[in-house]
Design a protein around this ligand. Structure first.
Ligand code: ACM
Ligand code: ZN
Length: 759
């Protein structure tokens, strides 16, 4: 008997849908996508059936996705016969799915409910691109990592229940499956704890702080309303305007259930013993001393010497655990200012009683106390990598964030514990894309640890060595006051994270990903999700020319609109439209700004076009040897200018611009000599450093990259006559940085340092 046909099959050539359907762009790239010739049209009424009954929530999620398409009436019911069929298939692994699209129906089988949700995400991306039409295809797919995390700080700025749900929808759309919810911090307590009501009655509300002021200023400076604090998070009490908000326990249950339907586990973070000001400000007797507040960088922590504190924390965990049904909870444990513990009689008594060595071990002791309690309640503890200090327990899992402690993941694994990678560089999406760029996220290689150990979250049970459970992108919201700005920071970097976390490395390719990403910009627009339009390309910060110059600006997002000014002002929606290369006869500073089709303004960049004469070369000298001289100064300042006034520590011969081996700690470096230019022309100098650096040629400042910073590249050009030119790079750093200079010839090819440098 022929199978029942639920959908109308489309004849591709006639309906003109072939091209659109042939170019389906899925992110993350599935492990296998096998396309049939046909296509189907989604009818007005779609019946979703599911079996077993435990897939009811997953089916409800699919119904919500289907309703995006015009006037579709979608319903779900338990059963096996229907147009769209959801099922479990125990032969598939956790998170894995098989999606089959044919005119006889759509089948999604998952290794578990999360797998089915992942299949729905693929179907959803196909539907959105096909505008309701679907290619006949079979997708067989499974995740690379079990932990594909997405972190949101709701303390520094608060996000409402509908906003959190939208974030969860977007996570599901990109198959991210762990929502790490940073619920408490110094700036606000966001989760109702019934035993301690002041935590939210008072701790969830604050007067505006310095970070709010920065946001407001940025709103003006960058002409960006998304940096303004939303009015619905401000309430007036007496003479004070208070900022804040919190989730009731019902809100939390609702969000946890909503995420569960979408295959996402929610992991609460209650940060302690530091980052706990919003608690200790409102309850007596849990800090070391009465005087609490901010130190130079961090706030006063809780007092682990007092029994009352331990009881307070256990009570909080009791309620938190009752709301979050999953294996993991996160205790924070990061950035603890331990000064008070050194002078607090209770802390010192605890150190003596428990035979601890110092305050570092006191922190570990506190964490272990909490962990034992959580374990007793059947939960596993996660903590930031500071929980390694003073002794890591055998059962804790570590979220590694401190890029400057690169040995931490290996240490965790060696001790038999599991680790999740979310290093500040590049996985902190609160940083700009210039600092933590998309490609670095996409191509992240886990410090070579996977190659070395063959070890990852799906490689089976933890044996003696721990595992890399997966990877996560973090968003800290000190300077992110709105949902729209949060999206702008997350997107498109979470697309890169999603593919890093999901797709096997052999199937990854950054160029192909970039092409698919461009298609996803259209999807994000149709979903009304703000994103960061890729930065403009085609020019440098400083561009030199001798006769005429030419500004060419391109953007990877074809929908982006470029506007510009030449009077120093920031371009607005009515500024001149860039429609093609612009010829320049005299020195000109361009301000270029991207706009999305909805009129929303984005990044503003400056490009100087400088008319130069060729710098004269120095007279030739016979006795030069290859390379440069590097002089190391004992330098403690944060600007390169006066470096030469500090005491000299050592000198070195170097063949390129670099930090010589053995130079570390407080570094001031002056690398000097001559650069030999083979022919008259415009040369390009790309100077990258952490922290600051400067390049001068014949005493002229060519590249200014002189700031305290994580690795950052500045690129400038200089017109030079053939021959010998005096050359100097200055560089400083105080805790282990990097320095690199690439020189490009007038055709844009990188020049060989051995041909360039002499001293
Ligand atoms: C952190 O960024 N303090 C985990
Ligand atoms: Zn104390």
């Amino acid at each position: 008997m022929p199978q029942k046909r639920f959908f109308i099959a489309l004849i591709l050539g006639c309906l003109g849908v072939a091209t659109a359907l042939a170019q389906m762009a899925l992110i993350p790239q599935p492990q296998s996508y096998s396309r049939d010739n046909g296509a189907i049209d989604l009818p007005r009424s779609v019946e979703v059936v599911y079996s077993p009954a435990s897939l009811e929530g997953t089916a409800a999620y699919l119904v919500q996705c289907l309703k995006r398409y015009g006037d579709i009436i979608a319903t779900a019911q338990a059963g096996k016969a229907g147009a769209v069929r959801l099922q479990l298939n125990r032969r598939l692994s956790a998170g894995a799915y098989r999606l089959s699209i044919a005119d006889t129906g759509i089948d999604i089988e998952g290794g578990d409910a999360e797998g089915v949700a992942n299949g729905i995400a693929t179907l959803s991306q196909l539907l959105l691109q096909g505008k309701g039409q679907l290619p006949c295809a079979v997708v067989t797919d499974a995740p690379r990592f079990a932990w594909r995390g997405f972190h949101l700080d709701v303390s520094r700025h608060f996000f409402t229940v509908p906003e959190v749900k939208r974030i969860i929808d977007l996570m599901a759309f990109y198959k991210l499956n762990r929502f790490h919810w940073h619920l408490t911090d110094d700036q606000g307590w966001r989760i109702e704890i019934k035993k301690y009501p002041l935590l939210t009655e008072k701790g969830a509300w604050r007067i505006f702080n310095d970070q709010d002021s920065v946001c407001r200023k940025q709103a003006v400076v960058t002409d960006n309303p998304d940096m303004l604090l939303p009015h619905d998070r401000i309430r007036v009490v007496g003479n004070d305007s208070l900022y804040g908000g919190y989730y009731t326990q019902d809100d939390i249950r609702e969000i946890v259930a909503y995420a569960r339907q979408r295959g996402i586990e929610t992991i609460p973070e209650i940060d302690m013993p530091g980052h706990f000001l919003s608690a200790i400000e409102n309850y007596d007797g849990i800090s070391c001393f009465k005087k609490i507040g901010w130190g130079e960088y961090f706030t006063t922590p809780l007092c682990p010497g007092k029994e009352k504190t331990l009881e307070f924390c256990r009570d909080i965990w009791n309620e938190v655990i009752s709301l979050f049904p999953y294996e993991y909870v996160h205790i924070g444990g990061d950035e603890v200012l331990k000064d008070n513990w050194k002078t607090c009689p209770d802390c010192q008594q605890r150190i003596r009683d428990c035979k601890l060595k110092d305050e570092l071990e006191l922190q570990a002791w506190f964490i272990h106390q909490m962990e034992a309690y959580l374990n007793q309640k059947g939960r596993k503890m996660l903590g930031w990598d500071e929980i390694l200090e003073g002794g890591l327990s055998k059962t804790a899992t570590v979220t590694w964030w401190r890029t400057w402690v690169p040995e931490a993941p290996q240490q965790v694994i060696n001790q038999g514990n599991d680790v999740i990678f979310c290093p500040g560089s590049p996985m902190y999406f609160s940083q700009t894309e210039q600092k933590n760029n998309l490609q670095d996220v996409y191509e992240y290689d886990f410090g070579g640890l996977i190659k070395k150990t063959g070890n990852s979250g799906n490689s089976g049970k933890a044996g003696k060595a721990g595992r890399i459970l997966g990877v996560q992108g973090n968003l800290w919201t000190e300077y992110i006051p709105t949902f729209a700005h949060a999206c702008y920071q997350y997107f498109p970097r979470i697309l890169a994270l999603s593919e890093l976390a999901w797709t096997e490395p052999a199937k990854k390719d950054f160029d192909k990903f970039s092409t698919r990403m461009t298609r996803h910009f259209e999807l994000l627009q149709s979903l009304n999700v703000p994103y960061h339009t890729p930065s403009l390309e085609g020019f440098y910060g400083v561009n030199a020319f001798t006769g005429q110059g030419k500004l060419t600006a391109t953007c990877k997002d074809p929908s982006a609109i470029i506007r510009y000014t030449t009077d120093g002002s920031m371009p607005t929606a009515s500024s001149r439209l860039y429609s093609g290369p612009i010829t320049v006869d005299q020195t000109t500073t361009f301000n270029l700004r991207l706009f999305q089709p909805n009129g929303k303004g984005g990044e503003n960049v400056q490009a100087q076009f400088v008319k130069q004469g060729l710098l004269e070369a120095l007279p030739e000298e016979g006795t030069l040897k290859p390379g440069l001289t590097a002089t190391w100064y004992d330098f403690h300042e944060f600007k390169c200018t006066n470096m030469h006034l500090s005491p000299v520590k050592a000198t070195y011969d170097v063949s390129d611009v670099c930090i010589p081996e053995g130079v570390n700690g407080h570094i001031g470096l002056i690398i000097s000599g001559y650069i030999r230019i083979p022919a008259d022309g415009i040369y390009t100098f790309a100077l990258k450093s952490d922290d600051g650096s400067l390049l001068t040629i014949d005493g002229n400042l060519v590249v200014d990259n002189d700031h305290p910073q994580s690795p950052h590249e500045e690129i400038s050009q200089q017109a030079l006559k053939a021959g010998r030119h005096a050359f100097e790079v200055r560089y400083y750093d105080h805790n282990g940085g990097m320095l690199r200079l690439n020189v490009l010839d007038p055709n844009g090819f990188r020049m060989n340092p051995t041909d360039l440098y002499f001293h």
